[in-house]
Ligand binder design. Structure first.
Ligand code: FAD
Length: 447
């Protein structure tokens, strides 16, 4: 009776414990990916994520084929699809790597108990986080709301296990199983085809992810601490979409970084990813609800659609903001420093609810991540875990002077805004700052 390996946010062969367990079981393997747009609570993928997923599945399918297995693609509510496949194939076991979002966990738990009742072996594994949420607690047994003690507690735990080697062969089931054609999933844009910039910027798939990691460790890790905040420096790893889709495992990143040395600061960024996921685990409504409920009292003015659109399109007249929003629109990526500046501008200068910004990033980022995106938006808005205090409002002009001193970044993305005849800012930075601070008084009173 064959084994099913259900791939989800782990589109890789190396360091994939679910795949390893199936290989060790010794029966023929069915590799499965389910596009689930129907189960309750599952967040529909944004456009840039769909683009990435398409190409990453092509790559995974090829790699499995080279090793002897085919990737079966099915679409529908995951629980039903997996059960049907178990029946169709008379499968004896199902293996997967764990997910940590609320609706996903509910599906997995239901499936696990249902299949076990039928006598099917089910096992799940830690593969996407270095430290699973229930393993990191305060002395009082609660979860952390501040990063520094959280990360200290993680580092006091046993070190993350070593990554598993990539299998050379995957003994696929001989019978041909019904599979959707990937192109029928319509994951790629057609009219208009907005993905040209993505194609120029990215190569999805496990081999490219591994090459990127190696290049970063060789060329950039040594200067990371100094240059990571400068958007034009190209000093960060660009691993975020690869980690989002699991094309490279955090265990591999961890161990290769430790071996390369000088990685403390970089590893702590991986720690922020862990912290965001732990926060989502304990607070599954992170994308829609303020983590700090006193922020429910924030008096958002009625939405001005023209302001939101100017921000989305990079037409605010504020050079660093416009540069960032255009980098995002063109490439599906934005440098972290500029994400903070553009997010702060939306929330604190345009007084637009952080959720509108989170949704736009969700749709346009290739690394749009169920935990990292809302976590960081709430961090900027002041409503989240270990958040920047609301009254610390980024000044985009000072940020540009500090982190893009010679204007390389703005010149690349918003050249017309440099020089004396650049556009006027959409709003006055000083006045809007004062208005934001006044609105914040309501939050303070509610606290
Ligand atoms: P590096 O500096 O090389 O960092 C290495 C890895 O650490 C990243 O790939 C990422 O997995 C993790 N990481 C780094 N910074 C953070 C952080 N602040 N929070 C969580 N993980 C972090 N990151 C996402 O992966 N997906 C998102 O949807 C996302 N949305 C964001 C929204 C806002 C408003 C802000 C301010 C930040 C957001 N980030 C998000 C975090 C961060 O900007 C990106 O992870 C980073 O820019 C990715 O580039 P890199 O891989 O070169 O990062």
């Amino acid at each position: 009776r064959p084994s099913i390996v259900w791939f989800r946010d782990d589109l890789r062969l190396a360091d994939n414990p679910a795949l390893r367990a199936a290989i060790d079981r010794g029966e023929p393997i069915i590799a499965l990916y389910v596009l689930d747009e129907e189960s309750p609570g599952i967040r529909a993928l944004g456009g840039a994520s769909r683009w990435w997923l398409h190409h990453s599945l092509v790559s995974l399918g090829e790699r499995l084929r080279e090793r002897g297995a085919t990737l079966v693609l099915r679409r529908g509510p995951a629980e039903r699809i997996v059960r049907e496949l178990v029946t169709d194939a008379s499968a004896g076991a199902v293996f997967w790597n764990r997910r940590y979002g609320g609706p996903e966990r509910a599906i997995d738990a239901e499936l696990k108990s249902g299949l076990r009742e039928q006598g099917v072996e089910v096992a799940s594994f830690a593969a996407s986080l270095l430290f699973e949420p229930w393993t990191v607690t305060t002395g009082a047994g609660t979860h952390f709301s501040v990063f520094t003690p959280f990360w200290r507690a993680c580092l006091a735990l046993p070190s993350p296990r070593s990554p598993l080697p990539e299998p050379r062969e995957v003994d696929g089931i001989r019978r041909s199983m019904a599979s959707d054609a990937l192109r029928d999933w319509d994951l790629l844009p057609r009219h208009p085809d907005w993905a040209a910039g993505l194609r120029e910027t990215w190569e999805p798939g496990e081999p490219a992810a591994r090459r990127r990691l190696r290049a970063f460790l060789e060329d950039d890790l040594a200067t990371y601490d100094r240059a990571r905040d400068e958007p034009a420096a190209g000093a960060t790893s660009l691993l975020s979409p690869r980690l989002r889709w699991g094309e490279v495992s955090p265990y591999t990143v961890w161990h290769e970084t430790v071996t390369a040395g000088h990685g403390g600061r970089f590893l702590s960024e991986l720690g922020w990813r862990e912290f965001a996921w732990h926060t989502l685990f304990h607070f599954p409504e992170l994308a829609t609800k303020n983590l700090r409920p006193e922020f429910d009292a924030f008096p958002w003015p009625p939405l001005e659609p023209a302001h939101l659109e100017a921000w989305q399109r990079g037409r605010t007249g504020v050079p660093l903001v416009d540069a960032g929003m255009r980098e995002l629109w063109t490439t599906g990526y934005m440098h972290n420093r500029v994400r903070m500046v553009t997010a702060s501008f939306l929330v604190k200068n345009l007084l637009i609810d952080w959720r509108r910004g989170e949704e736009w990033f969700w749709d346009t980022l290739v690394d749009a991540d169920e935990a990292n995106n809302p976590f960081n938006w709430q961090w900027v808005a002041g409503s989240g875990a270990d958040a920047a205090p609301y009254f610390r409002i980024f000044n985009p002009e000072l940020q540009a002077k500090k982190f893009d001193a010679d204007g390389h970044y703005v010149r690349e993305w918003a050249p017309e805004s440099l020089g004396d005849d650049g556009p006027e800012p959409l709003v006055d930075l000083g006045e809007t700052r004062t208005a934001a601070l006044a609105a914040y008084e309501h939050v303070k009173r509610a606290a």
